[in-house]
Design a protein around this ligand. Structure first.
Ligand code: OGA
Ligand code: MN
Length: 211
């Protein structure tokens, strides 16, 4: 078992036991450094207000979340390396847990001071589209007073079950349908990558694109 597989195995075991996993030092250092350098240097114009849907939904979206995002593709070395790492995790989890993950999508997110993401779910029961959510944090020297914690709720409870500090190299993985969550207002610039793994729901009437 190589170093990565040991980490992937921890994720798999945590998912079986609790449905979520919080992992400090989740990424190889070289990849983590590359991603954080890349995201710091990205032009502000590459980030777009998140969750912009149809006009009627636009306003609501801005009330729910105020961060900005940039989808990740293979055009940059950092992006390509990230997607390769995500694919290796996907392949591992498919072998280990028979999850049948078919594709993934990833974006960088930037929360400026004051930005937040109110309590939401990444997927809804029955739609079974996004199966697994992952967030990777790219913030060096994050302090308690910087805020911006991720609160993960178990379904029945209104009390936050888990509070995750968005520290450099920490990753959190959870079953998308089972854990509503929110991002508390950040007091300084907060960078992360959000990734969702999806199953394929194509049938003869509805072709589900891979991304
Ligand atoms: C999301 C999300 C959490 C975080 O983008 O859907 O919940 O901690 N992000 O950035
Ligand atoms: Mn979310």
């Amino acid at each position: 078992m190589n170093e990565c597989d040991a980490l992937f195995e921890t994720i798999a075991c945590d998912l079986i036991a609790t449905g979520y996993s919080v992992l400090p030092n989740a990424l190889p250092q070289v990849l983590l450094d590359k991603l954080s350098r890349y995201v710091q240097k990205m032009p502000a114009a590459d980030f777009k207000k998140a969750g912009i849907g149809r006009d009627s939904e636009h306003q609501l979206n801005q009330v729910i979340r105020s961060d900005e995002i940039c989808w990740i593709n293979n055009d940059s070395e950092a992006g390509a390396d990230w997607l390769e790492w995500v694919e290796s995790l996907q392949a591992f989890l498919n072998r280990r847990l028979f999850l049948g993950l078919f594709s993934s999508e990833s974006h960088f997110a930037h929360y400026a001071p004051g930005d937040f993401y109110k309590k939401h779910s990444d997927a809804f029961k029955g739609e079974a589209n996004r199966v697994l959510s992952m967030v990777m944090y790219l913030n060096r020297d994050w302090l308690a007073e910087d805020g911006g914690e991720l609160l993960i709720y178990t379904e029945e409870e209104t009390q936050a079950a888990i509070k995750v500090t968005p520290s450099f190299g920490t990753a959190v993985v959870f079953l998308s349908e089972d854990f509503p969550h929110e991002v508390l207002p950040a007091q300084r610039d907060r960078f992360s990558i959000a990734t969702w793994f999806r199953v394929n729901h194509s049938n003869s009437k509805n072709v589900d694109p891979p991304a």
